[in-house]
Design a binder for this molecule. Structure first.
Ligand code: NI
Length: 135
């Protein structure tokens, strides 16, 4: 029997969607406002879900304090108040779309959460637009 526990987190970050292989005109047409050369920000909301068996000794799947600390140290401190294109080396080569940010976050968390658990990351770029990645 497996059950899923989730933790919400938050960070603010700036980005610009831009494909360096395209003309400025095509970038503007495809990415619209998200192509603004001077960047723009989003209030990202993150939901990290961990699925596994309940430990009979604790009644927990995972210690939520421990999960909170991993998210804070590995994700919030890395991304909060950053310009994703300029401050995060990974996004110098990868377009910082919500899809790619979600995968970036998943890959970091996956290295920090025991492989006995399934992991899923949902990232809201706006209250209505979100992506989810489970590896
Ligand atoms: Ni944007």
């Amino acid at each position: 029997m497996e059950i899923t526990v989730s933790r919400k987190a938050h960070f603010n970050a700036a980005h610009r969607l831009y494909n360096k292989n395209w003309s400025d005109h095509k970038n503007a047409n495809v990415f619209g406002k998200c192509n603004n050369p001077n960047y723009h920000g989003h209030n990202y909301e993150l939901i990290v879900s961990v699925t596994g068996k309940i430990n009979p000794e604790t009644g927990y799947v995972i210690d939520m304090g421990e999960l909170k600390n991993i998210i804070k140290k590995e994700i919030e401190e890395r991304l909060d108040h950053k310009n994703l294109n300029l401050d995060i080396a990974y996004f110098s080569k990868v377009i910082p779309s919500a899809e790619n940010i979600c995968i970036f976050i998943y890959d970091i968390l996956r290295q920090n959460i025991n492989s006995e658990f399934k992991l899923s990351v949902r990232l809201y770029e706006t209250p209505r637009n979100f992506v989810e990645y489970s590896g």
